[in-house]
Design a protein around this ligand. Structure first.
Ligand SMILES: Cc1cc2nc3c(=O)[nH]c(=O)nc-3n(C[C@H](O)[C@H](O)[C@H](O)COP(=O)(O)OP(=O)(O)OC[C@H]3O[C@@H](n4cnc5c(N)ncnc54)[C@H](O)[C@@H]3O)c2cc1C
Length: 380
């Protein structure tokens, strides 16, 4: 019997597995994909996430590879309306690290395999699970072949569309937003350097973030989901709203997306614990989803280690669940504020909103508070 079976080799599952393996527990990670993901989707690693990753010795390497965002600007119709400086954040990470999710996952995967070369079982799909008095069975399927893992505990980290969460009968609250976006990574042709820039324009927001390798991420709010969008379309939207020229031929990724938030009623389900997007999917506009999942793992593993060593951690697990659900609710609200700010506005409303932002941004107290909210520095 294994100590822990982890379902899902995304950032949440891999990080939990690395933390457990480091403490000498036996772990298997079941992953349905045959190849690691290559999409750059989550590009923001926030200070508490970076600090947590230090525990498995990957934070420093990622920091070397990524771009440190120390400043942000809000612009509108050619003017800078607010600036945000992250230098007030505590050391050692007074910045948000911009790095594609595929690199974060690769670093975690390498760490897991260095600790146990056979820890990742892929491609293998977990199809259901059965809980017993002292163990947990995760049933799997691969090319018509059935199998199962028996473990003392299971970590469910199979993402927003979690099948195992459903199979355990855990209820979810789902909210679909009307907002849609078009996102792409292109060669950086701006002079923004390592700054994040929010263009709050009449036709809707255009977000712009630096990436390693001379790339820049652009995210534009769209009127509807642009399922047949081309890189040319995103380049045109960026040019129309911001005046920035983006070369469509240099795109390395293009993704139209709509936005939803899904919250599982429970994370602590006895011998199974749900973490990451499987527990709380939030809008990518805000960029805090991946760090939330990493912090779920970082805070869960010490409790799980106690349970594996025979301690009664039931009360602590319940309070862990409450804290993590509170953290997810806070990140969800932050994302909702960001989405509201990015919606199209008529000229008078736009002027009023920009004037308010400019006034508020003159207060150091407020900008330092906003910097902590944006970077999740209030979370642990
Ligand atoms: C467009 C976009 C942009 C984003 N930008 C940001 C950002 O800037 N910052 C940020 O923090 N977050 C961002 N996010 C969110 C971030 O990508 C997720 O929060 C993060 O990937 C969640 O990690 P996870 O490990 O919980 O789940 P996932 O990354 O979804 O991993 C789940 C894993 O489980 C596997 N799996 C699923 N079902 C099974 C099964 N039955 N059996 C076996 N394996 C299974 C999947 O193949 C996958 O590998 C963004 C998301 C999107 C879509």
């Amino acid at each position: 019997m294994l100590d822990v079976v982890v379902v899902g080799a995304g950032p949440s599952g891999l990080f939990a597995a690395a933390l457990l393996l480091q403490q000498g527990f036996t772990v298997r990670v079941v992953e349905q994909r045959s190849e690691p993901g290559s999409h750059s989707r989550a590009i923001g690693l926030h200070p508490p996430g970076l600090a947590a990753l230090d525990a498995v010795s990957v934070g420093a390497d990622l920091t070397e590879q990524g771009v440190k965002i120390r400043h942000g600007k809000a612009r509108s119709q050619g003017n800078i309306i607010a600036s945000l400086d992250f230098s007030s954040l505590p050391a050692p990470y007074p910045f948000v690290l911009a790095i594609g999710q595929q690199h974060t996952e690769a670093a975690l995967r390498a760490r897991v395999l260095a600790l146990d070369a056979s820890a990742i079982e892929a491609p293998l799909t977990a199809v259901s699970m059965v809980s017993g008095p002292s163990s947990f069975r995760v049933r799997t399927s691969a090319q018509g072949q059935r199998g199962e893992f028996v473990a003392r505990f299971a970590i469910i980290a199979d993402g927003a569309k979690s099948v195992l969460r459903e199979s355990m009968g855990v209820r979810t609250r789902h909210r679909k937003y009307a907002d849609t976006y078009l996102m792409g990574d292109f060669a950086d042709s701006t002079n923004y350097g390592a700054q994040a820039v929010l263009h709050l324009e009449p036709a809707g927001v255009v977000e712009s973030f630096p990436l390693a390798g001379g790339l820049r991420r652009w995210v534009a709010r769209t009127d509807q989901l642009q399922t047949t969008a081309t890189t040319q379309l995103l380049a045109e939207i960026v040019a129309d709203r911001t005046g920035c020229a983006v070369d469509p031929a240099t795109a390395t990724m293009l993704s139209p997306f709509s936005v939803q938030a899904t919250t599982a009623a429970r994370m602590y389900c006895g011998r199974a614990i749900i973490i990451g997007d499987a527990a709380h999917e939030i809008s990518p506009i805000g960029g805090q989803g991946m760090t939330l999942g990493l912090l779920d793992a970082a805070t869960l593993v010490p409790l799980l280690a106690g349970a594996l060593r025979g301690q009664d951690v039931d009360t602590q697990m319940h309070s862990w669940e409450r804290r993590r659900q509170g953290a997810a609710a806070s990140a969800r609200r932050q994302a909702e504020v960001n989405m509201t700010l990015g919606r199209p506005l008529g000229p008078r409303m736009l002027m009023g909103r920009n004037a308010t932002i400019s006034t508020v941004a003159r207060s150091t107290f407020i900008t330092e508070w906003v910097a902590r909210r944006f970077t999740m520095t209030y979370q642990s």
